[in-house]
Ligand binder design. Structure first.
Ligand code: G6P
Ligand code: MG
Length: 487
């Protein structure tokens, strides 16, 4: 799969301003008598000016005013070296790669945490060739947050999932993965640590002699570890829900969509939680649906049977046990958003599951409302097995208690929601205790390129679990569980 677009980091990828940044920080550190060297500078790679200063300070206290002065001094030293930059300062392989991309009609953007990115690109003579430029002014949250790369993809007008990021910093590779993008990591392997174990990361020393085929391979899924669905086909929906089931041995959930789909078979089953009814067979009980996220884009509910699905990808990363889905969707109201979902059911913490959602406004500003619910209105093919007993809200958590109708097994589901955004006006929060479907809401007004990030953390417990205080320690399975892997 050839990437539709590339997103390049600047410092250390396109040009060696990483060295100038280092020299400027070293000069400041020397003047301030702070212990700092090349090794310490590795931790500044890719992160913002302020975060870098905190690394240089190494825990030494400083007032906001002192920090502002030091950042301005460093910027002054850095600007002195900018004069030396010209078109000859492209790193080896970059000029050839940009020519090849232009010839192949593959657009590319730049995404750098640096506030100097634009003048540097102008000096290098590449500014006019960039389809989009995201810099230190574009978003609030810098790498390793996903926002800058999401901003760049929105600027390109390309589905985020189809962009390949080229990075020299661990924080940048982390940001790419968080944004739902594969990454080509440039530099020595020890710089990237465990990130290289992710099937979406490929490493190279630099861009010398890189080919478009290699970029295509870097953007591709790993057939050994990724179960992939590319493109949405309603006809295969039921089958795909089965394929994308996740579980941890304590409970399992079919791969239905967070927002729901007509005719879906949403199902969560917990080990040993069954109901016995005289009129039918004994069966495992469908537990409250913890996936539910209702996402409204300027009044239109996100759902794949409405609006236009411009791009769809879903895959399970078998190594990490994470299910991801990326959808570029145009609402009936004409507004396009780029959504990225990640879901897992924790293995060591057997009650816990989580969903992360990123919503990025692409074409227009839009008001996004997300309702994260526990849906107790569930049945086993129209047969009700649960009596809903009580629900409520404690702090940032809503919860629902229920009991199976015949076997009288007690169970509870709780959900907490946290929300962060790159929008300047933040998010608004609320709760909605609609009977049987308690929910937490988050609202944000997004401008094009801005992202709302939501984390829904869920816990499911039943009276089959050991009493409080007797729960197995994290990472330890109860003796009665089957071995996780065949011996
Ligand atoms: C890039 C570089 C960092 C630098 C940061 C902020 O991410 O890799 O070394 O600190 O940009 O740059 P600025 O030019 O805004 O100080
Ligand atoms: Mg860099």
């Amino acid at each position: 799969m050839t990437p539709t677009a590339l997103i390049f980091d600047l410092d250390g990828v396109i040009t060696d301003t990483a060295e100038y940044h280092y020299q400027a920080w070293q000069r400041l550190a020397d003047e301030e008598g702070l212990p700092f060297d090349r090794a310490a500078n590795e931790n500044c790679r890719g992160i913002s000016r302020r975060e870098s200063l905190l690394v240089v300070l190494g825990g030494r206290p400083a007032t906001e005013e002192q920090m502002q002065t030091m950042m301005a001094r460093k910027q002054g030293y850095y600007e002195e070296s900018l004069d030396q930059i010209g078109p000859d300062d492209l790193l080896p392989g970059v000029a050839g790669l940009l020519d090849a991309l232009d010839a192949a009609g593959i657009p590319y953007a730049l995404a750098s945490a640096s506030k100097n990115a634009r003048p540097v690109c102008e000096r290098l003579g590449i500014a006019g060739r960039l389809a989009a430029l995201a810099d230190g002014y574009s978003v609030e949250r810098q790498k390793p947050h996903p926002d800058l790369f999401r901003f760049a993809a929105a600027g390109l007008g390309v589905a985020a999932a189809n962009c390949l990021v080229v990075e020299d910093a661990a924080a940048g590779v982390e940001a790419a993965l968080a944004a739902g993008m594969p990454a080509l990591a440039l530099g020595p392997a020890d710089r990237f640590g465990g990130l290289l174990a992710d099937g979406r990361v490929t490493r190279r020393d630099d861009l010398r002699d890189v080919t478009l085929d290699e970029l295509a391979a870097a953007a591709a899924f790993d057939p050994g570890w990724h179960v992939v669905q590319s493109g949405f086909d309603p006809a295969t929906q039921h089958h795909m829900e089965t394929i994308f089931t996740l579980g941890n041995g304590a409970f399992a959930t079919r791969g239905t969509f967070e927002e729901g789909y007509p005719g879906e078979s949403a199902l969560t089953l917990a080990h040993g939680v069954w109901d016995d009814m005289p009129i039918v067979f004994t069966e495992l009980v469908n537990l409250p649906n913890w996936l539910r996220l209702t996402i409204t884009i300027d009044g239109d509910d996100f759902r794949l049977d409405q609006g236009r699905v411009l791009d769809f990808q879903r895959y399970t990363d078998l190594r990490a046990g994470v299910l991801r889905r990326a959808v570029l969707w145009q609402a009936p109201n004409g507004k396009t958003v780029d959504l990225h979902f990640e879901r897992f059911i924790a293995y060591p913490r057997r009650h816990v599951a989580a969903i992360r959602l990123l919503v990025t406004a692409v074409s227009h500003p839009c008001a996004v409302v997300v309702r994260a619910a526990i849906d107790g209105h569930v049945a086993n093919q129209d047969l009700l097995h649960l009596n809903l007993e009580e629900q409520g809200k404690s702090g940032d958590t809503v919860w629902l208690r229920a009991r199976t109708r015949h076997t009288q097994r007690a169970l509870a589901v709780a959900a907490a929601l946290s929300a962060e955004t790159s929008a300047d006006n933040g998010t608004e929060r609320a709760a909605d205790l609609c009977a049987g479907q308690p929910a937490l809401l988050a609202t944000a007004d997004l401008k094009p390129g801005q992202t709302l990030q939501l984390d829904k953390l869920v816990a499911i417990t039943t009276d089959r679990d050991p009493p409080a205080g007797h729960a197995p320690a994290t990472g330890e399975a109860p003796a009665s569980w089957p071995a996780p892997w065949p011996k």
